[in-house]
Design a protein around this ligand. Structure first.
Ligand code: URA
Length: 212
């Protein structure tokens, strides 16, 4: 059922001309994962060059690094998560998608979350976070990451955590205590522990929410 609903959404997305990004795309990058088993939706920023070529999310350098972190954390990309982006077409030169582009694509993001009904959402980096939360100037990614909050999508509340975007980790190699890569490991371990060890149904009752 989820699979067939996603297929309908994918077909609509593939013919979408809702913003200028549709003119320059090679492929729509709708999303990837097993909707029957995925408990968490990971939201990235936008497809890059490789993603545009292949029509699959998170397959370039940043995606490969993400795969390594997921595997280390014992999170299965094929079974545990469904990966999507705030926009489904590549912005030229990999620039950050504009508010208009994000707004034009938002209906697909909402449809994907509505269909998958995940137990939790993981926001990879600032663009994904800002799609759901208005940040004030003091709220940098470094301060917000790793904290559970609630995001509302189409009237439904989901536990959500922001993590560093893997592109940021490509530029920060250190594995020292407190480094971005170590914090990423910590955050993924927390996500795995809360939502992929059969504890998720009690999340709202047992967890004190740290609101952004
Ligand atoms: N690949 C994606 O699909 N999204 C990102 O945000 C980064 C790389």
């Amino acid at each position: 059922m989820k699979r067939s609903c996603l297929e309908i959404a994918r077909q609509k997305c593939e013919s979408c001309m809702g913003c200028a990004l549709s003119n320059s795309r090679s492929n729509v990058v709708f999303g990837e994962g097993n909707p029957s088993s995925a408990k968490i939706v990971f939201i990235g920023e936008a497809p890059g060059e490789m993603e545009d070529e292949c029509g699959r999310p998170f397959v370039g350098r940043a995606g490969q690094l993400m795969d390594e972190f997921l595997a280390d954390a014992g999170i299965s990309r094929d079974n545990d998560i469904y990966m999507i982006n705030t926009v489904k077409c590549r912005p030229p030169e990999n620039r950050v998608p504009s508010e208009e582009e994000k707004a034009a694509c938002h209906k697909f993001l909402v449809a994907q979350i509505d269909i998958i009904k995940p137990d939790a959402i993981v926001l990879c980096g600032a663009t994904a976070l800002k799609t759901f939360v208005e940040l004030d100037k003091k709220q940098t990614i470094s301060k917000v990451r790793g904290k559970w909050m609630t995001v509302t999508v189409d009237g439904v509340e989901y536990p959500a955590m922001t993590i560093f975007h893997p592109s940021y980790l490509l530029r920060n190699n250190s594995m020292e205590e407190g480094s971005p890569r170590r914090l990423m490991q910590q955050d993924l371990a927390e996500i795995k522990n809360k939502f992929l060890n059969n504890k998720s149904e009690n999340f709202f009752e047992t967890k004190e929410m740290a609101m952004v």
